[in-house]
Design a protein around this ligand. Structure first.
Ligand SMILES: [Fe+2]
Length: 183
């Protein structure tokens, strides 16, 4: 008998109104102009991020965050809890920039939403936590990659290791990331 013990679930969704992304793009660049890049060294990546700056969500952002937070209930497969936003931030990956493997600390669920995703601007890669290095890789690939698409979002458990590949396009890739806490 073969039994599948554990699986890793993520949620993938899409926002229909793509026009909103031009406003988010403007927000990202406005905030980028105001702050000095600190090259978040503990993450070992050079993608520009506003992480660490407490941003207040405006109306559009609140709507987006509410929409994305619904996926947490789907992932958890229950509804008797509250999902609270802990923080959100903008990422601007210029050509050549990447983000090394990392997890998100002190939270339960995390997300990425793509505001602008040119072709070859860097897949997101989730590391398979079940992979044992003492067994041959028959059915447990090392990582699973997803190609970003404007308007797409992915919600995942915050402790799931992930990275973003190098932006090989000649334009910026812009995304919004955030962390949720469940209570
Ligand atoms: Fe991340």
């Amino acid at each position: 008998m073969i039994e599948n013990l554990f699986t890793v679930k993520i949620a993938i969704g899409e926002v229909e109104n793509k026009d909103i992304n031009r406003l988010f793009e403007e927000d990202a660049y406005n905030i980028k102009k105001q702050i000095v890049q600190n090259n978040v060294t503990e993450w070992n990546g050079d993608t520009f991020s506003t992480l660490g700056y407490k941003l207040q969500p405006d109306e559009n952002m609140t709507k987006l965050l509410e929409h994305i937070s619904q996926s947490v209930y789907e992932l958890a497969d229950k509804t008797d809890f509250a999902v609270e936003l802990k923080e959100f931030w903008f990422n601007v990956a210029s050509p050549g920039q990447f983000q090394e493997f990392h997890t998100h600390e002190n939270c339960h669920y995390s997300f990425v939403y793509y505001v602008k995703a040119p072709e070859n601007s860097g897949d997101i890669s989730f590391f398979n936590p079940i992979r044992g290095d003492y067994t041959p890789d028959f059915d447990t690939g090392v990582a699973k990659n997803f190609t970003p698409k404007e308007g797409m979002f992915i919600v995942f458990r915050s402790n799931l290791m992930h990275m973003v590949k190098k932006n090989l396009s000649d334009q910026d890739r812009i995304s919004i990331s955030g962390n949720f806490i469940v209570k």
